[in-house]
Design a protein around this ligand. Structure first.
Ligand SMILES: Nc1ncnc2c1ncn2[C@@H]1O[C@H](COP(=O)(O)OP(=O)(O)OP(=O)(O)O)[C@@H](O)[C@H]1O
Length: 274
């Protein structure tokens, strides 16, 4: 066990071609670290580049430049060719998406889905029941196919499948955004427990500050592809240094919330060109 960070992301950059000429910079100079068992939130509005960064971490998007290193091992721009290398690569980082429905095989029951993932990674398929139990799914859900599960149950299954691989890092991209608030709270609590029990590190991508508030140690605020602020979540959310972070906080509905204040804050920020 060392004190070196588990995940080191160094100056990731990604551009996409724009229709006609030129390129859009979706991520520019994005750097951060996550300690073993740590949890980092990546927040920002729609289009700020969060998903692009998350996808570069897992290898679904190829960066123009920059590096991702897990436990001292640089991740190549493409998954390794050999099967053993590919499996080891998948064990480093797993991703859970906003809509698990599209990433779950509709033909498999929950138990079959987990057993398949466990076997693929050379693990004991008999621990499937324990994993289902871990995420709060019972015998009925074990035998159900995804279309017969609720949104929250499907997300629990997606988390269990990611855990079946025994990953070092779990990247969750808007993983609770489609769920209603009470189910969101249950899933967030579950993730927090899993982190404490297994030591898996979490990277939590969300447009919702309330979501990262409770389950992340550190937060990174993105705007127009750049990191405008990063630091301990409590500090950033209670004493934000950047006007854009203040704008995001003003936009969170709560007691006494006034949408006009949020709209006005945005106008001011746009006018300063910050
Ligand atoms: N495959 C692509 N081709 C071209 N442009 C893209 C592509 N993927 C993303 N973009 C653009 O890159 C920018 C960042 O998108 P990204 O999805 O990373 O943002 P985001 O913060 O995750 O937003 P959201 O919360 O809406 O998903 C956006 O302007 C988006 O239109």
């Amino acid at each position: 066990m060392t004190d070196a960070p588990l995940l080191v992301v160094d100056r990731l950059r990604k551009t996409y071609p724009l229709p006609g000429r030129g390129r859009l910079t979706a991520a520019e100079d994005v750097s951060f670290t996550v300690p073993r068992g740590g949890s980092l939130g990546i927040v920002g509005e729609s289009g700020s580049g969060k998903t692009t960064v998350a996808r570069m971490l897992v290898g679904l998007v190829r960066p123009d430049s920059g590096t991702v290193t897990v436990d001292g091992r640089p991740r190549g721009p493409r998954p390794p060719r050999r099967r053993s290398g590919r499996l080891a690569h998948a064990r480093e980082i797993q991703m859970v998406f906003q809509d698990p429905y599209v990433s779950l095989d509709p033909r498999l029951t929950s138990a079959q889905c987990l057993r398949t993932a466990l076997r693929l990674h050379g693990r004991d398929a008999n621990i499937a029941a324990g994993l289902l139990d871990r995420v709060g799914l019972g015998a009925r859900e074990a035998d159900a196919r995804p279309r017969h599960l609720s949104g929250g149950q499907r997300q629990r299954l997606a988390i269990a499948r990611a855990l079946a691989v025994d990953p070092r890092i779990l990247v969750l991209d808007e993983a609770v955004a489609a769920l209603d608030v009470s189910i969101q709270a249950q899933i967030l609590q579950l993730l927090d427990e899993i982190r404490r029990d297994t030591g898996v590190a979490l990277v939590f991508v969300s447009h919702d500050l309330a979501v990262v508030q409770h389950i992340t140690d550190d937060v990174l605020v993105m705007r127009h592809g750049r990191v405008v602020e990063q630091g301990p979540t409590h500090r950033v959310l209670t004493d934000p240094a950047h006007p854009y972070t203040r704008l995001l906080l003003a936009a969170v509905p709560g007691q006494g919330w006034d949408p006009n204040t949020a709209v006005e804050a945005r106008r001011t920020l746009a006018a300063t060109g910050d």
